[in-house]
Design a protein around this ligand. Sequence first.
Ligand code: NAD
Ligand code: UFG
Length: 340
Amino acid sequence: MKVLLTGGAGYIGSHTTLALLRAGHDVFVVDNHRNSSPVVLDRVRALSGRDFGAAEIDICDAGALAACLAAFRPDCVIHFAGLKAVAESIPEAVEYYRVNVGGTISLLQAMDLAECRKLIFSSSATIYGTALPPPFAEDHPIAPSSPYGRTKAQVEQIVTDWVAAADHRGAVLLRYFNPVGADPSGQIGEDPRGIPNNLMPYVLQVVAGRREELLVFGDDYDTPDGSGERDYIHVVDLARGHIAALDYVMTTEASAAFNLGTGRGVTVREVLRTFEAATGCTVAHRIVGRRPGDVGSSVADVAKAARLLGWCAQETLADACLSGWNWQRRNPDGYGPHDR
Ligand code: NAD
Ligand code: UFG
């Protein structure tokens, strides 16, 4: 199958590009490298032993994107490209709508011109409301609490309307929970710019000596030990989830949402214990107050993905800790020096 990935040089996109190449698909990556390095693409080529095309294009550049799709003529597009920092999306709300919503509209128009009718979209668990307790099934109320989350909910709606607007279109909306870990080779991984927002990259930088200590945001949530609880999914499992979604989307003429998570909630304290046991490293940390906007608990109901995609997570959190640490140790500056 010919698969075009927007944002294919990013954290989840690079692992998915590798999985697709290993599964024998032909891929093409579109990325403007706003949050990634082109170096990652050579590493994916080396790991897979296969070559593939790539173009530095902004998805908001409708003309360039349309020309690219018209030339490659993909059977399916996997749409990762976008901005993803919850806190940043509050002061930068309009920019988030421009890139995440506007970029998706130019992509759908480019797909129409290239007669590509199948789309897999990177959505997020952050669209679920938290008035009702987890686990969150796909029909759980949608009530995002940040501009970022609202862009994801809006794109889900736009894609669903795009599917309904013509025959033979199909879409899978993948709602990721908390991706962690790296390819076991240590050649590709998460390379956040500046101070990491997310727990696992922050832990890795503390252990590597780049940050003094982890601040644990809150110990008074209604969770087993009071610290925040999340559903951490190994990025290699997530990449496999896209292969399963690709098989599914090629046979559907509807729009369907799927959670990609493990179904197991893990607290911040449990993450630290698991990391220390897996790697033998101590994580310096200190409990502080809650982070504004955080929810206490977010855990997936994974029954639908198991039933219809035949997919479930296989890797453990310990695997994710070890592979993340392996990536960090081998690449102390990520893919190269950039603004930290
Ligand atoms: P990432 O930032 O590593 O990857 C996104 C890629 O898109 C980057 O390579 C970036 O350069 C590219 N990009 C950004 N704007 C672009 C534009 N205008 N044109 C072309 N390329 C552009 O992020 P990721 O963690 O790999 O996330 C991928 C997708 O999954 C995103 O849509 C994100 O919102 C979603 N998601 C991520 C998480 C997470 O915690 N990582 C959770 C849920 C959903
Ligand atoms: N945490 C800390 N200290 C830190 C960072 C995080 O204690 O320095 C805690 C948080 O309070 C939370 C847990 O670790 O309890 C996970 O936090 P992350 O920032 O890693 O992840 P979030 O669940 O807040 O958000 C992430 C992505 C969103 C995505 C969401 C759901 O950042 O983009 O998962 O998939 F939408």
